[in-house]
Design a protein around this ligand. Structure first.
Ligand SMILES: C[S@@+](CC[C@H](N)C(=O)[O-])C[C@H]1O[C@@H](n2cnc3c(N)ncnc32)[C@H](O)[C@@H]1O
Length: 191
């Protein structure tokens, strides 16, 4: 998966849209081979990258790719499903999922839960490149519309859609948490 140029391009592009700051705390759901994790860690140099993926095989691949950042304590990769996630003790500034929302059970509910993990003003980005046979730009546009609807229902605001011109195109839908979106208690000392 990691060796495909389109996969590297899609992940690097998605991270470039997320406006990651050096001290940000970022969650990636379904990190796969860990390409986006590596890109995010290069930006969040004083922050923290947390990843969950339900596959131990993918965790092993991603851990090899991000070995030095894990050793330095900047990256934590866990085997866990978003359908039964670990407890996170602090909120996130950015949350990303690339090409896996369609694999979650009850994605609408999961998006609401993820929105609740964001700090006020934090961003949630969902990326989709339809993989079904015969997928076209129309397939991508339809997928993007569904994601916009789900992020709106999850309470996110200022939702925008960006498109990367691959075959088929990739959509990245980004929504922002309003201040009242925060459900996770934050210690007064954080940020
Ligand atoms: C198509 S791969 C994409 C991997 C990576 N995001 C990328 O673009 O290179 C989907 C990944 O999502 C993970 N995944 C699927 N369902 C998941 C779930 N419910 N919770 C966590 N990870 C999940 C899979 O194990 C796999 O690594």
């Amino acid at each position: 998966m990691a060796l495909r140029p389109s996969n590297r391009k899609r992940n690097a592009w998605a991270v470039s849209l997320m406006d990651v700051h050096p001290s940000d705390r970022v969650l990636e759901v379904g990190f796969g081979p860990g390409i986006a994790v590596r890109e995010i860690a290069r930006k969040a140099i004083r922050g923290q990258v947390v990843g969950i993926d339900r596959s131990a095989v993918m965790r092993a691949q991603a851990a090899r790719r991000n070995a030095s950042a894990i050793r330095a304590g900047c990256v934590t990769l866990m085997v866990a499903s978003i359908d039964d996630p670990p407890a996170f003790d602090r909120a996130f500034d950015r949350i990303l999922a690339v090409n896996n929302m369609g694999m979650w059970s009850e994605p609408a509910l999961r998006l609401k839960e993820l929105a609740g993990l964001l700090r006020g003003g934090g961003l949630l980005a969902i990326v989709s490149q339809p993989r079904c046979p015969g997928a076209t730009a129309d397939t991508t546009a339809a997928a993007a519309s569904q994601i916009v609807e789900a992020l709106t229902a999850a309470g996110l605001v200022a939702i925008r859609v960006e498109t990367l011109d691959l075959k088929p195109p990739v959509a990245c839908v980004i929504g922002k948490a309003s201040d009242r979106c925060l459900l996770v208690d934050q210690p007064a000392s954080t940020k």
